[in-house]
Structures are given as C-alpha cells and as structure tokens.
Design a protein. Sequence first.
Length: 431
Amino acid sequence: MQNKADTELVRRQNRGLVLAALRRSGPLARVELGEETGLSPATISAITGDLIAEHVVVTAEGEERSPRSAGRGRPRVALALNPEAAYVLGVNIVHNHVTLVLADFAGRARDRTQLTIDTYHADREAFGPTLGEALRSYLAVQGVERERIAEVSIAAQGVIDASTGRILWSPAFAQGDVPVSGPVSEALGIPSTISNDVDRVAQALNWQDPKRFGGTFAVIFIAHGVGMGMFIEGKPFGGAFGAGAEFGHVNHIPGGALCRCGRHGCLEAYVADYAIYRTLENLPPDLPPTEINPEPEAMRRFEERAKAGDERARLAYRQAGLALGYGLARLIAIINPERVVLTGSGLGAFGLMEDGFNVGLEEGLVPDLRRLTRIEMMPADFDLVDVGILASALQRLDREVFAASDHRPVPKPSRRSGWPLRPAAPTLVGR
C-alpha cells in the first residue's frame, strides 16, 4: 500500500512539473519538456499522453508552435495548455473600485472590467455579499457558467489575514475586519482566496522569471501608500496568518507624522505621495491622510519645482528617500535578500529621492551587507497586480487540481482567444 502511495505521489509531482514547464515556457515539444523538467523521455511520453487524453494539454497550432522547433527535418509537435480546461476570476480591490480579470487556463485574459463600488463607506458585514452578487452578475453578462470558474483570486490593499479571508485594515475601507473570501465563496459556490496586492506583485515576478526571482527577494511598491511582497528561499512569505511584510508601517520616527493606519511615525507617512504633498503644502503632520488625495498632475508639479531648485521641494523628496533608505537597510540586515525591486508610480520621482536614499542605506547598513543585495527599479506597471492575482490561482490549479488524474472532466478545446499577460522587465539601478 505504501509503495502505491509513493508511486502516486511521484506521478503527481511529475505531472506538476510538466504543467509548470508548459505554463512558464510553452508551447514545448516533448524533447524540450524533458530538458525543462529533467524527466526521462518515457516519463514525458506517458504524462503528456495522459494529459492530452484528459484535454488538459493540447497540440499547439500555427504561430503557437515552439520557436525552438525550427530547423531541418520534420518539425516537432509542440504541446500547450488547453485554455478551456478551466477559468479563473481575478479581483483587485482598491478605494471605491474593483477590477475584474477573467482568464483562461493558459493565462490569457478574456475580459477586464472595472466596477465602481463604494468600498470606503461599505458596512463590514455587507461588503462581501455585495461583492459576491456583483461577481454573479458579471459572470452572467459574460455568459460564463459558474461551474467553469475554478477559483476567485482576490487582492486588496492593506493588512490581510489570508487564513480567515478577512481584510483587517485597508485604506480602501473606513471599517476594519471585513470578511471577503468567505462571503464570495458562499455567493458563487466557488473557492476563493485573498492576499495583499503587493504580495501578488511578488508572485507575478516569480511566475514570469523564476530563476531571477526565485530565491529570497522583496518588491516594494510606492504610490499613495507603501507596500511590500516577499519570497523567502523560493516561497511567498506572508507570516503566520498572511499579514506579514507590512514594510510601509514599520516605524521611522517615533511619535512622528500621522500615517493612514492611524499610527504616528510610519515609514509610509514620509514616503507616500500624500506624505510628500502634506510637507510641500505646509500642512500639519497630523492631518489625516484620508483628507489628502493628491492628483498625479499635482505631484508632477512638485517634481518640477524640485528639479528647478526649489529648496523646500528638494528637501521633501530627500526626506522621503532617507526614510526609504533607512527602512530598506533594516530589511536587508534582517533577511539578506538577493535583490530588492522598487516599483510603483512614486518612483517617477526617484531621481529626487536618490541622494537621501543612498545616505539612508549607507548610514543604516554594514557596507558588506549592502554589496550583497542588488537593488532594481521597475517602471510602474499596475498590470503586475493582475498578473500576480492570476498566477497564484493558476499555479494552485496546476499543483492541487490537474497534477492529480482524478480531477473533474475537462471539455475539448474550441477556438482560442485573448492575450497573454506579461509584466515589464526590470532595469537595474544603483549598481
């Protein structure tokens, strides 16, 4: 009995390897799958034969054939994931808006829609059922049967308890402790998960380039707030309850400026756009951030003032860089990451922050530790959240559903449509 169990476990792991390779690098010929996975030709042949018979994998057509197959002789038959094996629904919750992305099993977005929902004034107990009903209506309009949706993958700003599916605190909500994934699952009859939005960005980077972003790394998102996602030794890190990595809410100055979380002195209260706006407009440091919502044009004007030599503007950006540098120094000293990626709309002004940023790193960190970590800057691409939302759901399907042979029946594929989601490539900064 034990030998049978061990054999089934190995078989499941090997199927997972094949699915992961096709998701990451497909379409691929069987020979190329062997190179990607390290599995023997006989094992590849057996696994792909089963996956084709189950309609989880299909023969690639036309322009989808593997580019590696070019050359003399008979072209290799490339294999790809069946887009219609399952669908996932991504949900990104921000202040008073919810973005929906419907994607197929191959990772192609079939539709992207933005809903206007008053999140800020929503009652904590009513929001989840309201969102669930909105998703039911959306799927009905799209003509997609709920049974075809394998998972609803949700992301939100703030502190998320992934273990209970609740938003403990978020700038998108006036109230805290908002149950979300449970009510959504109940309304739709579909499994749902929820995590922090920047955690999803880290998952997106890992999905797109697991070699580059597969060890220990962090991604820090700077915009109206400051968030972070992390991988530790190749695995997403969210702490014991999925609420870890709250980089923006580590203390920078005890008793300092008021943060969106209601505490004083958080790093975010000096780095986020509302913090820079508050300083430049000479507003009280304890003015609630909920009363400050700078438009992008206003922030661009501040950047121009700083570039033109305005000392107050230059000091505000230098202080923001200093806070970011000190915070990053603490992070590097604690987890010793291979790389840190900075991204978000706030990085448009990084050139103005850079002097303070470097000072903070130099004063807060042993030089030898600083040299070990690469710091990269990635152009703001809000699709990264969407990519991460879908990646987490699709990878779970690969590991937990289709890696087993006793999954629910899959329909034969029909016409393919949509487009693949790919994040922008990062550019190196400061090295």
